[in-house]
Design a protein around this ligand. Structure first.
Ligand SMILES: O=C(O)CCC(=O)C(=O)O
Ligand SMILES: [Fe+2]
Length: 314
């Protein structure tokens, strides 16, 4: 593998099962062999994703004290602002030269799960910028819709009922992250200085990039291949939860971000299942010897995040 496949989602939207199966097989091949691919013909207009980058620029341009007032350190639910160098996607490697802002599934403060203090069921922080929240949520929901469609394809490919993931994606843990990497190619010589080499934690990630290069994906031979910006397409990859759930049929692939030549923005949407969803390989691969014990997703995610942030480890 020296480049990532580009897959059209048109077939998945068809009423014809054979067409859905055809696209599902294409997705499945990519999930088994590479774990990374681009999706096009996804139904999200370019203006909508470009709008999300505009929101990111507005947010990161706020004075530092306003960003810190929304710090993720004040949220046990993984929401809010992550300051430069406060995250280590690869704890062995060092701090990431980036800042970020996390938006989760938007619950009102009086939602029963929020009142009950359930893990990852919290309220979001919002910047005081006119219309920002509405536009961010519009983009969040567009990604969620696309993620559900992709999951229907994955279910078909895995030989599960097409709606297998639906209950798990009804009120999922999903995180829209805006990221800003400062231009730092001439200051940092660590190849993973933007984002340390890591795999994602959830089911799938849907990533919008700007035109600045940086993302690299490790192929099965351990070579780093570039994942450049493809106009109109999103990068999509499998996370560790879905790898585990599929009993390693799908692969969650290591990737990193190089310190970019010029300022770089990216917007990943991490689609993860509900906190109480039990991830059990026997559901997806009933004929195989399970390689993993069943685990509630919230417990799994908490263990992964605790290794990423010092404030959570404390
Ligand atoms: O910025 C990117 O292109 C990728 C970021 C990433 O891999 C992540 O945040 O998990
Ligand atoms: Fe990632």
């Amino acid at each position: 593998m020296s480049s990532l496949p580009i897959i059209s989602l048109t077939g998945l939207m068809s009423d014809d099962l054979d067409q859905r199966k055809e696209t599902a097989a294409e997705l499945g091949r990519a999930c088994r062999e590479v774990g990374f691919f681009y999706v096009k013909d996804h139904g999200i207009p370019a203006s909508v994703s470009e709008g999300a980058f505009e929101l990111a620029r507005q947010l990161f341009a706020l004075p530092q004290d306003q960003k810190q007032a929304m710090s993720i350190k004040n949220s046990p639910h993984n929401r809010g602002y992550v300051a430069m160098a406060d995250e280590k996607l690869n704890p062995e490697s060092g701090a990431d030269m980036k800042e970020g802002f996390n938006i989760g599934t938007d619950f009102p403060a009086d939602h029963p799960d929020v009142l009950a203090g359930k893990p990852f069921r919290g309220v979001n922080f919002w910047p005081e910028i006119d219309g920002w929240r509405e536009r961010a949520l519009e983009y969040f929901n567009a990604c969620l819709d696309m993620g559900r469609v992709i999951h229907r394809g994955l279910s078909l490919d895995l030989g599960c009922p097409e709606d297998f993931f639906e209950p798990h994606l009804k009120e999922p843990i999903a995180t829209l992250r805006m990221l800003r990497y400062p231009a730092s190619a001439d200051q940092i010589d660590r190849q993973d200085g933007g984002a340390g080499t890591h795999t994602d934690y959830g089911n799938i990630t849907i990533l919008a990039t700007d035109k600045v290069a940086g993302l690299e994906v490790s192929n099965r031979q351990g070579e780093w291949i570039q994942a450049p910006h493809v106009p109109g397409a999103f990068v999509c990859n499998i996370g560790d939860c879905l790898m585990r759930w599929s009993n390693d049929v799908y692969v969650s692939t290591p990737h990193r971000v190089r310190p970019p030549e010029s300022e770089r923005y990216s917007i990943p949407f991490f689609l993860e299942v509900g906190p109480e969803s039990v991830v059990d390989p026997r559901d997806i691969a009933p004929d195989d010897t399970p390689k993993y014990e069943p685990i509630a997703f919230a417990d799994y995610l908490a263990s992964r995040l605790n290794a990423t942030y010092d404030h959570r480890a404390d």
